[in-house]
Write a protein that binds this ligand. Structure first.
Ligand code: NAI
Length: 286
């Protein structure tokens, strides 16, 4: 399949998504406003992300990074499939997609938003039928799921997004009805409430061990560390704004998460969250 890809946002998700496309042989432009984020993405592309591609059985290219252009400019003129993976703030996403539409109106626009409904973004665009949900699960190279769709996106756009997800080795699920958090993150938010109560009498690593016994690849706290506590906090704020207290667990858990973000304990990306991280390896803090 011929396509030129742009991924906007080179953080935890965007960097991995760009690599998945490059690994499948697509030419990719990876955009971030931060040079540091682009540098870190490139480092991962030459190191731990390659290990993940191997582990997922997806590795196709010797050096996928050679197909990626890293830039701070919004160079999306020639792209036909544009994936947004910037910060989880509705206003920022709308502003970005409006800019993209001015530059390139025919492209398919795909959002990796964790919580917002795709139509909350799309209805601010001139061509709302071109914007689809394209939500990966973390770690995106290892986890097969991509949630795709929305209520106002065209069938043609959804089909294209499904094709693209399959072409990078993923298993798309089409969701035509929308809700904040889609399926995966509503489940995770509900689990978060239950897990909060367990925290009153068990340690995070004990709860995670019990959850892995249910067949989960990662425990709840490992998952939050992989997501990033800052991103998890943004997602919870989006949930609170929309659902009120429905997904509010014990207050101590909120307080604890706030403090961890304040202390810079963001999870894997900062080296410590609920666990200590050495590359991809998690260990229990003293
Ligand atoms: P992150 O914080 O690791 O990276 C976001 C990147 O976007 C940063 O490098 C930042 O410099 C850049 N950025 C922000 N505004 C920008 C703009 N206007 N133009 C260009 N670059 C910009 O965040 P992460 O975790 O990669 O999340 C990105 C998106 O993916 C969010 O919407 C998040 O909710 C969603 N998501 C996150 C998952 C996770 O596990 N972390 C899982 C699935 C979706």
């Amino acid at each position: 399949m011929e396509a030129v890809i742009a991924v906007i946002g080179a953080g935890t998700m965007g960097a991995a998504i760009a690599l998945l496309f490059a690994n499948a042989g697509f030419e990719v432009t990876l955009v971030d406003k931060s040079r540091g984020a682009l540098r870190r993405a490139e480092d991962r592309h030459r190191g731990e992300s390659l290990e993940e591609l191997e582990e997922a059985g997806l590795r196709k290219q010797d050096n996928p990074a050679s197909l990626i252009t890293y830039t701070t400019e919004l160079r999306v003129y020639e792209c036909d499939f544009i994936v947004e993976a910037i910060v989880e703030r509705l206003r920022d996403k709308i502003e970005l997609f409006r800019k993209i539409e001015e530059i390139n109106s025919p492209a398919v626009l795909a959002t990796n938003t964790s919580s917002f409904m795709p139509s909350e973004i799309a209805r601010h665009l001139a061509n709302p039928e071109r914007l689809t949900l394209f939500h990966f699960s973390n770690p995106p190279i290892l986890m097969p799921l991509v949630e795709v769709g929305g209520e106002i996106v065209s069938d043609e756009t959804v089909e294209r997004a499904v094709e693209m997800a399959k072409s990078i080795g993923k298993e798309p699920v089409v969701l035509r009805k929308e809700c904040r958090g889609h399926v995966l993150n509503r489940m995770l938010a509900a689990a978060g409430v239950a897990v909060g109560y367990c925290l009153l009498y068990s340690r995070p690593e004990e709860i995670d061990a019990a959850l892995r016994n249910l067949g989960m690849r990662y425990g709840f706290f490992e998952t939050i560390d992989l997501i990033g506590l800052d991103v998890a906090k943004d997602v919870l704020e989006s949930f609170r704004e929309y659902y009120g207290d429905k997904y509010r667990g014990i207050r101590a858990m909120d307080f604890f998460m706030e403090k961890m973000v304040e202390w810079g304990k963001l999870g894997k990306k900062s080296g410590e969250g609920f666990y200590k991280w050495d590359g991809r390896r998690a260990s229990i803090p003293e």
